[in-house]
Each structure stands twice: as C-alpha cells, then as structure tokens.
Design a protein around this ligand. Structure first.
Ligand code: SAH
Length: 387
C-alpha cells in the first residue's frame, strides 16, 4: 500500500489561507505551500494526514492529491483518471462516490459529464486491477472514499477526502441559537489577534452567543487538539491503523497545558445564549477556564490592563434591524473607549462600522463569514505605562 510520500491539499475559507498554512508550518509539516490560486498543500504520509485532521483549527478538510493533469477533452480526462493509482487506496468493495464536479474557465464545463466520466474511468481501472468482469457493476458496500474533481483552466485536480464532515464540526457544540460562527472561523479570528503571544492576559467576547470564540480561544491557548472528540472519514478505511490514531490522541492529550491559568470571559445579554455557552463549555470540560456573565456590553468595564476583546456583534442584516445595530455600535465605541490598553477586534458586515464606533481601525481584514462579506476591524491597544 503506497501511503508514504503523499501530497495533501488542505481547504480553508477564503481569506484565511495564510493562517492555515502557518498552522501547518507550526505543526512541522513538510513542504507547506500556497499556490497562485490560494490552494494550500503539504507533503507527508498517512500519520501526517491523521495529525493534520486532529490538530488543524482553521481548516475545512484534508484531501489526498491523487493527481493533476491537463484535460481539454473527455477522452483525455478518461485516460488520465484511469492512469492514476486508485487501487493504492480503494479496496475491492469500497464505496467511491465522485462528488459534484467543479469546473472553472475550462473547455470541459459540463460538470455532470465530468463527474460521470471520472467515475467510469475509476470503475474501469478497479475492475481491471481486481479482475472483475466489465459488464458487472462493482459492489460498493464497504468504507467510503469520497473523490473530488476540480477543473480550472483545463487543469484537473483529483483528490480523495480524508476528513468526512468538515473540520469545523468539533463535536462540542450540541446546540446553537442565533447566528453562530463556524468553529474554524472563530479559531481564525482568535489566531489573528496578538493574544496567544501572552494568553494570560484577559480575553473577553462581549457578544459571545453560543461561546464559539471564547471556547476556541481557550482550546488554542491550552494547546488542546480540536479534533479529539469527533470522527473522521479515514477511520473507516482499511489502511487506517486505529491503534496509531489512539496513540496520536493520547499524545495530544498529554500536550494540553491544562494548568495554564487563563482569564477568559464570555458576555451576552441573552440568558438563553449564556445557558447554551455553559453547556458547550461543559462538553469540553472547560467550565473552570471560561467564565460567563449575562450583561449588556454597554455596561462592560475593567480595571485590568492589556486585555483583548473579540466580538462578532449583530450585523443589522440578520439579527437586528439596521438602526438597532447602529445604536449598538455607537454604544460599543463609548463603552470600549476607556479601555485604552486593550486591543479590540470586531467582525461585522456593516460598512459604516468605524464611523458609528467612533474610531478608525489600525487594520482591516476582509473575511467571508460563510457567504457574507465582512471586515475584521482591529484596534491595537496602547502599551501599558510602567510606573
Ligand atoms: N459569535 C457567536 C454569535 C454572536 S451573535 C457564536 O458563535 O455563537 C451576536 C450576539 O450578540 C447574540 O448572542 C446577542 O444576544 C448578543 N447581543 C446583542 N446585543 C447585545 C448587547 N447589547 N450586549 C451583549 N450582547 C448582545
């Protein structure tokens, strides 16, 4: 089984690719690179793939790259797909659905045809390798190997997904009300702050909702692997060494810095959201790490210095009416202005945010919260004066 020397593609939301690549480099993966289409790759073996799934906070999926080639006709597509070593991964009896094809600026633009030709070529290859008659469909009852084909400017990339449900599904969030952020996006917001440089400083989400941001902050600071409590597609594969996976999980648990003393608070004025946050916190065993307060952000004050605020307030598009959001941003500006040494990071789609809040951000970063275009407004705190 050829499960060494593999290339993996890691997918992440548009705008956060450089963070995901940084995560991969920090985790010591080999040959981490971002190509001219913002696609992220690294090289490794099967164990590396398991580690990436367990540890990546900002990514969506980890896929095995089976091959890349130019294909301008269906004949070439068929022949090239057929040439790839599918039998290295897909055993006889396995399911191998080909997902809806994606075609961008390519001659082969009929996606359903691309999808079905790809499937046919793999079927033919496996029938030959496993000596099955051509006139008989392959039984697909075993573990699932989900195949994807993406065409871009006539260049095809064939991958097998190792992740299954997207990595944002960590398994700790049983319920969510309101407009929760995806866990991997919340982690990205935390990784974009300067808080992890010194995570004993106060960290507050003044509109915490179901607690996603504060929980991702706690997990990152405590070095808790985000994938410990979930299942991955690769676990059903015949080539998976589940003993090795449990060793990687035990190693991950050993690396968690549970005794680090943190000062993390989630604030929300909706008692139901605070209750949901508390339940999610219990699911992670972080009830002694993350505190919650039911209060209005307008009433937030602190005598501490050098804290970090991250907030994903209502945008006025989905949760509150525009006018209410405007009043909220003005009051937010007034409440946070006295906290001169604190750094503040606010995500919103409202383009008048700075005017309403009453200050110009030091840095603004365009991000997509799902399909919604937002900006991450970053206000850096003044250095605390030493006396
Ligand atoms: N990031 C959160 C979702 C935040 S939605 C998550 O992932 O779950 C915005 C939250 O702001 C809602 O939970 C809402 O109750 C809260 N909110 C609205 N007005 C507020 C105010 N004045 N003070 C505190 N919280 C407020």
């Amino acid at each position: 089984m050829k499960i060494e020397n593999l290339t993996f593609q890691v997918t992440a939301a548009a705008g956060i690719e450089s963070l995901t690549a940084r995560e991969l480099r920090d985790l010591n993966f080999q040959n981490v690179r971002i190509d001219d289409r913002s696609r992220i790759f690294f090289d490794g073996n099967f164990t590396d793939m398991m580690r990436a799934n367990l540890w990546l906070r900002t990514a969506d999926r980890v896929k095995i790259v089976m091959g890349e080639f130019q294909a301008k006709t269906f004949e070439t597509l068929f022949d090239q797909v057929y040439t790839l070593n599918w039998e290295d991964f897909i055993p006889l009896g396995a399911k191998f659905p080909v997902a809806k094809a994606k075609s961008v600026k390519s001659q082969l633009h009929n996606e359903p045809s691309v999808q079905s030709i790809t499937k046919k070529a793999i079927v033919k290859k496996l029938q030959e390798v496993y000596h099955r008659p051509e006139n008989q469909a392959l039984q697909e009852t075993g573990p699932e190997y989900r195949i994807e084909i993406a065409l871009n400017k006539d260049f095809a990339t064939l991958t097998i997904d190792t992740t299954g449900d997207s990595l944002f599904k960590r398994g700790y969030r049983q319920e969510h009300g309101g407009a929760p952020l995806k866990e991997n996006f919340a982690a990205a917001l935390v990784l974009m702050t300067n808080w992890l440089v010194n995570p004993t400083r106060p960290f507050v989400d003044i509109t915490c909702g179901s607690g996603t941001i504060v929980l991702e902050a706690a997990m990152a600071a405590l070095h808790m692997a985000p994938g410990l409590h979930r299942h991955f597609a690769f676990e059903n594969w015949t080539q998976s060494d589940l003993q090795l996976l449990s060793e990687l999980k035990i190693e991950a648990q050993g690396l968690a810095k549970r005794d680090l003393s943190l000062d993390i608070t989630g604030i929300d004025n909706d008692p139901q959201m605070i209750a949901i946050s508390r339940r999610n916190t219990l699911a992670l065993g972080l009830e002694n790490v993350v505190k919650y307060k039911e209060m209005r952000l307008q009433d937030f004050t602190s005598a501490q210095l050098d804290g970090v605020i991250v907030s994903n307030p209502p945008y006025g598009e989905r949760l509150l009416e525009q006018e209410e959001a405007q009043a909220l941003y003005q009051e937010m500006g007034e409440a946070l202005r006295p906290l001169k040494t604190w750094s503040k990071y606010i995500l919103t789609s409202n383009e008048s945010f700075e005017a309403l809040y009453g200050a110009k951000a030091n840095k603004k970063r365009k991000l997509y919260n799902g399909t919604l275009r937002t900006d991450y407004y970053q206000f850096f705190g003044e250095r605390p004066k030493k006396d």
